[in-house]
Structure formats: C-alpha cells, structure tokens
Design a protein around this ligand. Structure first.
Ligand SMILES: C[S@@+](CC[C@H](N)C(=O)[O-])C[C@H]1O[C@@H](n2cnc3c(N)ncnc32)[C@H](O)[C@@H]1O
Length: 303
C-alpha cells in the first residue's frame, strides 16, 4: 500500500515539522515571487500606513522580504498556527536586525514586525490576534493550499460573523446542516479583518483554488472526429452552497487577477548515449489576486 500523504491540514503536522527543522523553508516559490502583485497593490492604495497580514508564514524568508515593501516593519503582521514557527521567526528577526551604530548617542529603539500564533479557521483564536477591518493586504504563500487540505467543518449558526448586524436565529438550525469547506470559512474570516478594496494575494499550486470564486465560462473541448462534443466544458466546478446565517464568501471577494508562473524543469541527467528526456509536462503555479468588495460583515455579539 502506498504511504499515506502528509496531513498538510493538521496543526500537529506543521508543529512537528518546524520542531524537527526550523531552518528557512520555501513552499512553491522564492520570497520574491509575489513582488509584482504586492507592488501593484501598494501603488493603488492611498493609505499612508497600511497594515499587511502575512498568513501561514511558516519559516519562509518572505516575512523578512516584506520589510522591503513597507516603511515601518510594525505594519507587517506574520501569523501562523505553529507556535514553533512564530517563535523561530520572531527570534530570527531580532538576531538579524541591524544593531545601532557603536557611536550612536541614544540607543535606537528597533522596530520589529508583529508575530502571532493563531488559527485562521478558529474565530476566537484569530480575533485575539487581529483587529477587524484593519488590513489592506493579505499575503498568502501556499497557506490556502494547506487549509484546503483540512477537514470541512460544521459551524454554529448564525455564525460569529454575519452579513447583517442582528441576524434572526432559527432554533431549528443552530449549526450548519453540512460541514463547510475550510476555504469558505477562511474567506469569511479574512473579510472581517480587511478593509474594502483590500487585496488578498495568494500563491497556489492549484488552478482552481477557491471554491467560492466562479470559474470563467467553460472552454469548449476541440471536437474530435466522430465522437467529441464541442460543448463539453474542459473542467467544471460546482459552487458550494452556504447555509442561511453564514455569509456567502463569493459576495465578499472578487477575483481581479489570476496569473500563472511556470515552474522551471529539473535538469534531466544525460543518458549513456548522451540523450536527454525532453517531453515533461509543464508544471504551473498560480497567483490569485482577490479584492475585498464593499459588502460589510459584522462580528456578532456572543450572548
Ligand atoms: C504550505 S506551508 C507555507 C509556509 C510559507 N508560507 C511558505 O511559503 O513557505 C502552510 C503554512 O500554513 C500554516 N497553516 C496551515 N493552516 C493554518 C491555519 N488554520 N491557521 C494558521 N496557519 C495555518 C502552516 O503552519 C504552514 O506554516
């Protein structure tokens, strides 16, 4: 039997992994891969001091690279549910930040980024770390990929975050009849934390990462002689319905850009006769740029 795949959606998996090796590690791409999208988002904002939330930072050097994009490191908030990754990141920043010059009259107070251990899928944990409506940019380097591997969740209804300030509760429906996709929950949680027009810049290995984003109209398959049906879509995905009392994430985020990045082919070793393998399928990674709509969401007062 083939070995079970790693449980990328479990906190224990990540905690164990970062405990056994806390060296910097990059998923999918180098820290610079998101630069063009970050630069574009920063150009379009009129906010002098925007807040940037880096979700699922792990041990990626992207956390430190982000400092090049904003004048004040205190406006960068690195978040992960692995306490080990957060401690390692915090310590590494203090060890590598420049110390004040020896002839400085006053000891310069260093400013550092913020680091929080919190679970993006747990409303209370997240709200202990982050303020609502605070962030203008969310940076996500393969964290949605990991979250997509977690279990679907049954949520209480009406949910902690609602589309109206005082939603009517239904005594017959106190939890979602079906478990919800974890990326629906992430979409709603991030909507609460962000300002209108905020950008969620996400790098993924999946060409269809967000189940709440409608796909472009299907591309007809080329008709094959005799058989093929030209109207058959090349791929399909059914939007997943959300229950009453849980905001519909497709009203909270709009996809404003989707870009591919071709992954370089590994060098294939030459065969004994000098031949090389030439026909490998292309591997692509995807950058999604989602924009927060003006649709408000409300944090419900828990009774
Ligand atoms: C695939 S790794 C990406 C790490 C890093 N962004 C990089 O590019 O190298 C996914 C990261 O997301 C974190 N993560 C997964 N699910 C999470 C959740 N529910 N809340 C917070 N962090 C989570 C993991 O601990 C891990 O660090």
């Amino acid at each position: 039997m083939p070995p079970a795949p790693p449980s990328f959606g479990s906190r224990e998996y990540w905690e164990k992994r970062f405990t056994s090796n806390s060296n910097p590690f990059e998923w999918l791409e180098a820290p610079t891969a998101l630069d063009p999208y970050l630069v574009a988002a920063l150009k379009e904002t009129t906010e002098p001091e925007l807040e940037l939330l880096h979700i699922g930072c792990g041990t990626s050097l992207l956390s430190y690279h982000l400092r090049a994009h904003v004048p004040n490191p205190e406006h960068i908030h690195n978040l992960d549910y692995s306490e080990v990754a957060i401690e390692v990141g915090r310590k590494r920043e203090r060890q590598t930040s420049k110390s004040p010059p020896p002839d400085a009259q006053e000891p310069r107070s260093a400013s550092y980024m913020r680091w929080s251990a919190a679970n993006l899928l747990d409303y209370s944990s997240l709200l202990e770390a982050c303020k609502p409506s605070a962030y203008s940019i969310i940076v996500d380097k393969s964290t949605s990929d990991s979250i997509a591997c977690s279990e679907d969740l049954v949520v209480p209804l009406p949910y902690h975050i609602t589309a109206t300030p005082n939603p009517a509760s239904n005594p017959n429906l106190t939890e979602s009849p079906e478990p919800l996709h974890p990326l629906h929950i992430l979409g709603v949680h991030l909507a609460l934390l962000t300002k209108p027009k905020a950008r969620w810049i996400s790098l993924s290995y999946s060409m269809d990462r967000y189940p709440f984003i409608p796909l472009p109209p299907p591309t007809p398959l080329p008709a094959r002689s005799g058989t093929g049906d030209a109207s058959t879509p090349a791929y399909e995905s059914e939007p997943i319905p959300t229950p009453t009392g849980f905001p519909d994430p497709s009203t909270l985020w709009t996809l404003i850009g989707k870009y591919d990045i071709e992954v370089p082919q590994p060098q294939s070793p030459s065969g004994s006769n000098g031949s090389t393998t030439t026909h490998r399928p292309k591997v692509m990674h995807w950058v999604y740029v989602l924009e927060r709509t003006n649709v408000k969401v409300f944090a419900r007062r828990e009774s």
